[in-house]
Design a protein around this ligand. Structure first.
Ligand SMILES: *Cc1c(COP(=O)(O)O)cnc(C)c1O
Length: 260
């Protein structure tokens, strides 16, 4: 297929007037317009990509990554029917979760969770995509057991080997999923990964394909149903969906540039 086209901005944003000054964020109605424009484009591209990979068009969940955006962005996402909201910092998720209580938001923690913040991450009650070590998994499991409920998680795999990325390495991922799945407080729903930082589409696809293979092997080994595959961001979600993603994590493609 043709390489994914970059999504050009479909709206203009106030830009910082000088380095060091911050751009003012869009307001609620501006965000509503941004999300409306962008979501239809995203949905179309996902539908085409699932079509090409022979899957039903409803097989991919869109997680709106609201990090760095104000609450108005979440309001707009909810208004457009996107109730899966992702954040990469525990503090920011807590703040926003307190503003959107009882609004039916499904929260996704997608960033590294420091061990000392595991209790707070657990308390948020969402899906934690970024369980990147056995140590964090063990800690979350103990917290969940003590609270008498399970915590839903994805195991993060670092399949590109980049030192800046967290997660179980390619050789350790399958055993890692097995070990994490044996912990009584966790409900392991799948695998999360990030593409390497490169414009080489072949290398990006190789990582996504490897994630799909590991998830398939894990589901066979554990006797579970098909596992979720959280992969694909604004720059690479079309390739990710073609390679089997079931959850794309979209910030810029859905909400525009982060004003923060
Ligand atoms: C920020 C972030 C995203 C979304 O990034 P975009 O390029 O804006 O789509 C997805 N996943 C993770 C883990 C992130 O930190």
């Amino acid at each position: 297929m043709a390489p994914p086209q970059p999504l050009g901005p479909s709206v203009s944003f106030p830009q910082p007037s000088a380095p060091g000054t911050s751009a003012s964020a869009p307001d609620t109605s501006e965000y509503a317009a941004i999300v409306r424009d962008r979501l239809s484009r995203v949905a179309e591209r996902i539908a085409e990509a699932t079509g090409r990979s022979g899957r039903p068009s409803g097989s991919v969940r869109v997680v709106a990554v609201a990090k760095g955006h104000p609450p108005a962005a979440i309001e707009a996402a909810l208004g457009a029917g996107v109730a899966d909201i992702g954040e990469n910092r525990v503090e920011e998720l807590e703040t926003k979760a307190s503003l959107f209580r009882d609004r039916g938001v499904r929260w996704h923690m997608i960033g590294h969770v420091q061990s000392r913040k595991a209790t707070r991450a657990f308390a948020l009650g969402g899906l934690i995509h970024s369980v990147d070590s056995l140590r964090l998994a063990g800690k979350l499991s103990r917290i969940a057991e003590a609270a008498g409920r399970k915590v839903r998680i994805l195991v993060q795999a670092n399949l590109s080997g980049e030192a800046t990325k967290g997660g179980f390495g390619a050789e350790a991922a399958l055993d890692g999923i097995g070990a994490v799945s044996a912990l009584p407080g966790l409900r392991v729903e799948g695998l999360m990964t990030m593409a390497p930082f490169t414009s080489d589409e072949g290398a990006v696809r190789a990582v996504f394909g490897r994630a799909r293979e590991i998830a398939a092997a894990a589901s066979a080994a554990l006797g579970t149903g098909p596992l979720e595959l959280s992969m694909g961001m604004s720059n690479d979600y079309v390739a990710a969906v073609e390679e089997g993603s079931t959850m794309v994590r979209l910030g810029t493609a859905l909400l525009g540039r982060r004003p923060g």
